[in-house]
Design a protein around this ligand. Structure first.
Ligand SMILES: [Zn+2]
Length: 75
């Protein structure tokens, strides 16, 4: 099976190792953002990541995917 976001082979959750790692990083960073801003919606968090220049392309791919998949919005 191919990764949903690129042409590499998927290893888990339909994602390749790079996009899987980006997903993991994205999920791990959320509590820190939530705390830093005194509360932030998951969807808002994803949108902000997409706006930041320092966000890596792998993470942006994953954030876009999560925003498209509404079921992911409610953790
Ligand atoms: Zn991929």
């Amino acid at each position: 099976m191919k990764c949903k976001l690129c042409h590499r082979e998927a290893v888990d959750e339909g994602l390749c190792e790079y996009h899987l790692l980006a997903l993991k990083n994205l999920k791990e960073a959320y509590p820190r953002w939530e705390e830093a801003y005194g509360g932030m919606e998951w969807e808002e968090y994803l949108k902000r990541l997409l706006e930041l220049e320092e966000t890596g392309e792998w993470v942006k791919d994953v954030a876009r995917m999560l925003l498209d998949q509404k079921s992911y919005l409610h953790r």
